[in-house]
Design a protein around this ligand. Structure first.
Ligand code: PLP
Length: 217
């Protein structure tokens, strides 16, 4: 039951860890159940689906985008979201910056760190993230880098997951220690691994299956 799951997560998560309900592939009726249980942050991973759901939900929902984002889809996504968690290339960051400037907005983003061994996965390397955060002489116009996002290796071996989260936690702490302004979000942890993520300093967990059940379409 969605309501019970939202209540469960609210009771077990430390008060400084935000719960993001990953609602991709679930119909709006189920999102409303979560909303009625008090959930306000929802995340989607496909532009059309996000744009279709937004007008069907109350206006105080905060939407996050967590999927791979193509630069020709920005106008379907950026008007609606308070955070893009999945910025995975400089090309995308520059396109967001341009859109934000043209639309008089400042867009909050997380940089996605490529964790684990999967070749298919998106994301920056640690070196690239350090270069963006510590070596770039001036901030990127109309973009606020709020932190890091990562997905651990898809495996049952929890030691591998633990090492992935150790890596992103260390990078997050290093950048934070360098004094980067407004850098305060570490988004790690999903249905299978969120307790490990919380032990490694998550400030935001992204839970889909454990709230809504298996994805429907
Ligand atoms: C789908 C997805 C999640 C949620 O995964 P669950 O295992 O269903 O909790 C979290 N983060 C990202 C980036 C996703 O794409």
């Amino acid at each position: 039951m969605i309501v019970e799951q939202i209540e469960y997560f609210n009771s077990v998560l430390p008060s400084d860890v935000k719960l993001v309900a990953v609602s991709k592939f679930h119909p709006v009726e189920r999102l409303r159940e979560a909303y009625d249980a008090g959930q306000r942050i929802f995340a989607e991973s496909r532009p059309q689906e996000l744009a279709a759901k937004v007008p069907q939900m109350p206006s105080d929902v905060q939407w996050h985008y967590i999927g791979h984002l193509q630069t020709n889809k920005l106008k379907l996504v950026l008007p609606y979201v308070s955070l893009v968690q999945s910025v995975d290339s400089l090309h995308l960051m520059e396109a967001i910056s341009r859109w934000a400037f043209e639309n008089g907005r400042v867009v909050d983003v997380l940089l996605e760190l490529h964790l684990g061994a999967e070749e298919s996965k998106q994301g920056f390397s640690e070196e690239e993230i350090i270069a963006i955060c510590e070596d770039t002489p001036s901030p990127i116009a109309n973009i606020r880098i709020r932190g890091l996002m990562g997905m651990a290796t898809n495996t049952d071996d929890m030691e591998v997951v633990e090492r992935d989260f150790e890596r992103i936690e260390a990078l997050y702490k290093r950048i934070k220690a360098s004094g980067m302004e407004g850098f305060d979000i570490l988004s790690i942890g999903m249905s299978g691994d969120w307790p490990i993520a919380v032990r490694h300093g998550a400030t935001m967990v992204r839970i889909g299956t454990d709230i809504f059940g298996p994805r429907e379409y």
